[in-house]
Design a protein around this ligand. Structure first.
Ligand code: PLP
Length: 477
C-alpha cells in the first residue's frame, strides 16, 4: 500500500467511524452473535496475495460489526465507562502513524517529554500533593501505563523490593527469600479483581478485608489484620486503598488507613481507577482526604476522562524506589541523557512504550478543563436523575449511589432482582450487569457513554419498569 492508497483507505475508515458513532444509538447495544460465529465467516488461512482495502473495509461491516458490543451506545450501562472521544481517536491514529517505540529518551524524546508534562498537568488538575509531580524538587513523578491492573502490580513489586531492602539494611543476616516469604498485602473485599491478581502475580498473600455498611475499608479493620499477622511473625508490606470501588464506587477511609500505613511502614497505594477523574472537579476532592499519606496514586483517564483505552496514570511519591526495583540496563539501551529526563522503561514491565501522552494532550487541549468538568458533572447529574426515578417507585430500593453509578434492587428477597436482571439482559435493549453489596445481588446502573442523555436514562428506567410489570403480572396469574 502506498501513501496515496493510505490516504483513501484512512479517509474512508474515518468516515466509517464517524458514521458508526453518529448512528451507534440505533444499533442493539449487545451483539446477537453466538460463540464461534466469526470462524464461519472468515477463511482458515490468510490470503496468498494482497486484497483491495475496499474489500477489507466491507468485511469490517460484514464480519466485525455484528460481533461488537457497543460501548459507546447511550444504552450501555454496564461496568464503568471506557472513554472514547474524537480527539483521543485522532491521537491514537497519529501515534500509530509516527510508529515510534519510546523505550528510552533518545528513542523518541517527544514521547518522554510530553508524558512528563502531561502527568504534571494531570497531577495539578487533580490537586495531588506537590511531591507527586515531576516538576517538584523531590524524587516524585508520574508515568502513563496501560491499565490499573499493571499499576497495582508494579506498585506491589516496588513495595516488596523496598521492604526487603529496608529490612536487610538493618538485618543483613536475614535472607531475601525469608523476608519475601513473610510479606502480606491488604485491601478490601470490594477491590477490583486486579488487586487480588497483583497478589497472585507478585507472590504476596493478599488479605481482602471486610468493609463497613457503606462498603468502605476502615482503619480499625486494617489495624486488627496487621496485629494478627505480626503475631504470626508475618511482615505487613502493601495496602491498596480504593477511592471508588468497582461494585458500588465506595471510598475507603483514606484518612484512617494512611496514618496506620505510615506508622507500620507499609506502602500505601491508592486505586482511583474510575472515580479519580471526578477530582478534577473541586467539589469532589474531599473524597481524597488522606491522600498525603499515599506512596502511589492511580486513576484511569481511559475510564471517565474521555481518553481512549489505554491510558492509566500513576504517580509515585518517590519514583526512585520504582526505578531501583526495575532497573535492568544493557549497553544498547544506554544514552548520554541519563538523569536529565526519566527513563520510563524502568517504571513499567515492558521495555517498549506507546505514545499515550499524545491522545491525553489532544483531549486536554480540545475539551479544556471546563469541558472535562462539564462531562463529569453531567454524568453525575444523570445518575442522580436515575436514582430519583428509582426512589420514586415503591417497589424498588436504592442500595448505593455514588458518582455515575447507582446500585438498586427490588425490595424484599433477592430472587426477583435476579430474575428482573436476567429478563432485562435477554431483551438486549440496554446493557447492565450485576454486583454484590452486603452479600446481596444488586443491579449496577452506570452512566457510561458520553452520548447518554436524560432520554436514554428514562428509556432504561422504562425498561426496568416494564420488565418488572411483566414479572408482577406473571406472579398474579
Ligand atoms: N480498579 C478499579 C476500581 C476498577 O474499577 C477497575 C476496572 O473497572 C480496575 C481497577 C482495573 O482497571 P484496568 O482495566 O485498567 O486494569
Amino acid at each position: 500500500m502506498d501513501s496515496k492508497q493510505f490516504r483513501e483507505f484512512a479517509k474512508a475508515a474515518v468516515d466509517y467511524i464517524a458514521d458508526y458513532i453518529d448512528s451507534v444509538e440505533d444499533r442493539p447495544v449487545l451483539s446477537g452473535v453466538s460463540p464461534n460465529y466469526l470462524s464461519e465467516l472468515i477463511p482458515d488461512e490468510p490470503p496468498q496475495t494482497g486484497e483491495a482495502w475496499q474489500e477489507v473495509l466491507q468485511d469490517v461491516d460484514r464480519i466485525i460489526m455484528p460481533g461488537l458490543t457497543h460501548w459507546m451506545s447511550p444504552h450501555f450501562h454496564a461496568y464503568y465507562p471506557t472513554a472514547c472521544s474524537f480527539p483521543a481517536i485522532v491521537g491514537e491514529l497519529m501515534s500509530a502513524g509516527f510508529g515510534c517505540v519510546g523505550l528510552s529518551w533518545v528513542a523518541s524524546p517527544a514521547y518522554t517529554e510530553l508524558e512528563v508534562v502531561m502527568m504534571n498537568w494531570l497531577g495539578k488538575l487533580l490537586n495531588l500533593p506537590e511531591e507527586f509531580l515531576n516538576c517538584s524538587e523531590g524524587p516524585g513523578g508520574g508515568v502513563i501505563q496501560g491499565s490499573a491492573s499493571e499499576v497495582t502490580f508494579v506498585a506491589l513489586l516496588t513495595a516488596k523490593e523496598k521492604k526487603v531492602a529496608d529490612i536487610r539494611s538493618v538485618h543483613p543476616e536475614i535472607s531475601e527469600a525469608e523476608i519475601k516469604g513473610k510479606l502480606v498485602a491488604y485491601s478490601s473485599n470490594q477491590s477490583n479483581s486486579s488487586v487480588e491478581k497483583a497478589g497472585l502475580l507478585g507472590s504476596m498473600t493478599m488479605r481482602l478485608l471486610p468493609v463497613d455498611d457503606k462498603g468502605q475499608l476502615r482503619g480499625g479493620t486494617l489495624l486488627e489484620a496487621i496485629r494478627k499477622d505480626k503475631e504470626q511473625g508475618l511482615i505487613p508490606c502493601y495496602v491498596v486503598a480504593n477511592l471508588g470501588t468497582t461494585p458500588t464506587c465506595a471510598f475507603d477511609k483514606l484518612e484512617e488507613l494512611g496514618p496506620i500505613c505510615r506508622d507500620e511502614e507499609i506502602w500505601l497505594h491508592v486505586d482511583a481507577a474510575y472515580a479519580g477523574t471526578a477530582f478534577i472537579c473541586p467539589e469532589y476532592r474531599h473524597l481524597m482526604k488522606g491522600i498525603d499519606y499515599a506512596d502511589s496514586f492511580n486513576f484511569n483517564p481511559h475510564k471517565w476522562m474521555l481518553v481512549n483505552f489505554d491510558c492509566s496514570a500513576l504517580w509515585m511519591r518517590n519514583a526512585k524506589h520504582l526505578v531501583e526495583a526495575f532497573n535492568v540496563e544493557r549497553i544498547y539501551l544506554k544514552d548520554q541523557h541519563k538523569g536529565l529526563a526519566p527513563e520510563y522503561r524502568h517504571w513499567q514491565i515492558a521495555l517498549g512504550r506507546r505514545f499515550r501522552a499524545l491522545k491525553l494532550w489532544f483531549v486536554l487541549r480540545i475539551y479544556g478543563v471546563e469541558g472535562i468538568q462539564k462531562h463529569v458533572r453531567g454524568q453525575i447529574a444523570l445518575a442522580k436523575f436515575f436514582e430519583d426515578l428509582v426512589r420514586a417507585d415503591p417497589r424498588f430500593e436504592v442500595c448505593t449511589s455514588n458518582m455515575g453509578l447507582v446500585c438498586f434492587k427490588l425490595k424484599g428477597d433477592e430472587s426477583p432482582t435476579i430474575k428482573l436482571l436476567e429478563e432485562v439482559q435477554k431483551r438486549k435493549n440496554i446493557f447492565v450487569n450485576t454486583g454484590h453489596f452486603q452479600g446481596r445481588h444488586v443491579i449496577r446502573f452506570a452512566i457510561c457513554s458520553r452520548l447518554t442523555e436524560r432520554r436514554h436514562v428514562e428509556f432504561a428506567w422504562n425498561e426496568f419498569c416494564s420488565v418488572a410489570n411483566i414479572l408482577e403480572g406473571r406472579k398474579m396469574e
